[in-house]
Design a protein around this ligand. Structure first.
Ligand code: PLP
Length: 358
């Protein structure tokens, strides 16, 4: 059966090579006679899978010494609460930058734990840009932002300067899409199911000095220190998700690492944005310099044609193009595993649809 072109925002497309390899190893992982799903997380085999995944992730991002890498569960949404639980350190205040739906959710969750100050917001222009002027309180415990807003399609292309205040980033939908200077951050987190692997795994990269400050009453699985001390195996981790993420890391290394995937991602995004900008039938309203390379929302001139557009796309083997209910229109998520040919196919269809209905 032919594979579909999947523009889902998440869970999302995975590299075909990774899925094929997982298929080959399904019944017998490297002569063990077991599937990875059947292995004890304390056994030699799985311990080696997890250790290799961590090493490959550290290599890809060139994570400097002095950072813990944690493989947790609960999604990015749990981090919205877990971050204040671990990072407030009795300060009782945290600053947030609001650029769309996900950062709004992070704020809402943090408000249960501390006094939240909005250091910057792009709400004045319907969340269509990445604000560069931040008004951060000098005594805040940390400053949090969403480095790629999956729904609005707004990406910070430069790392904001937070001086000596720990910078915390929700990088769920673009981690590993480009090289990243990890040393600028106190903490980076991402749910795996956008650009990395299956759902069920959350990656947290946290600077050592921010570990060990959890508030009293923090559940032990949510305490970064206890998880770090246990190599993220305080309880049973998401073993199969870690294994698949590990295969994705190897796939990225083999194709040339993050510099190469960034080059490919730029080419894909440029193809789509250039077409959108040259057309008066389709529109993307994000400030051009803040447009996401991963999530490309667009609207049709006449929203009553949305249904016909989606139906035609599906007939041509392209799915999950419907925009998020909060913004409407369309959204093409073009993560690492989306080949250039998928974007070319989408643009060809958009031209065809415009010629017929424009
Ligand atoms: C999807 C997403 C989330 C929520 O992830 P869950 O794993 O469902 O909790 C949070 N932030 C961003 C930027 C996302 O794209």
């Amino acid at each position: 059966m032919a594979r579909i072109v999947n523009f889902s925002a998440g869970p999302a497309v995975l590299p075909e090579e990774v899925l094929a390899r997982a298929g080959d190893e399904m019944l017998d992982w490297r002569g063990t006679g077991m599937c990875v799903m059947e292995m004890s997380h304390r056994g030699r085999e799985f311990m080696s899978i997890a250790a290799e995944a961590e090493k490959d992730l550290r290599d890809l991002l060139a994570i400097p010494p002095g950072y813990k890498v944690l493989f947790l569960q609960g999604g990015a949404t749990l981090q919205f609460a877990q971050i204040p639980m671990n990072l407030l350190a009795g300060k009782g205040k945290a600053d947030y930058v609001v650029t769309g739906e996900w950062s709004k959710k992070a704020v809402k969750e943090a408000q249960a734990y501390c006094d939240v100050h909005i250091a910057a917001s792009s709400e004045d222009k319907a969340f269509t840009y990445a604000p560069s002027q931040w008004n951060v309180r000098p005594d805040t415990a940390y400053v949090h932002y969403c480095s790629n807003e999956t729904i609005g399609g707004v990406e910070f292309h430069a790392i904001p300067e937070a001086k000596n205040i720990p910078l915390v980033a929700d990088a769920s939908s673009h981690l590993l899409s480009r090289p990243l200077e990890v040393s600028k951050f106190g903490l980076i987190y991402a749910g795996a199911q956008k650009n990395i692997g299956p759902a069920g795994l959350t990656i947290v990269i946290v600077r050592d000095d921010l570990v060990g400050r959890a508030a009293k009453g923090t559940p032990s699985v949510m305490d970064y220190k206890q998880q770090a001390a246990a190599d993220s195996m305080l309880n049973t981790p998401a073993t199969y998700s870690i294994y698949i993420a590990g295969l994705v890391f190897k796939w990225l290394k083999a194709l040339g690492g993050l510099a190469e995937i960034e080059r490919r991602n730029i080419a894909k995004a440029q193809l789509l944005y250039d077409y959108l900008d040259g057309s008066s039938f389709y529109r993307n309203s994000v400030n051009p310099k803040d447009r996401s390379r991963m999530n490309v929302p667009f609207t049709l001139k006449d929203a009553t044609q949305d249904g016909a557009f989606l139906k035609g796309a599906e007939e041509r083997g392209m799915v999950q193009l419907k925009g998020h209910r909060s913004v409407g229109g369309m959204r093409a998520s073009i993560y690492n595993a989306m080949p250039l040919a998928g974007v070319q196919q989408l643009v060809a269809y958009m031209k065809e649809f415009e010629a017929k209905h424009g």
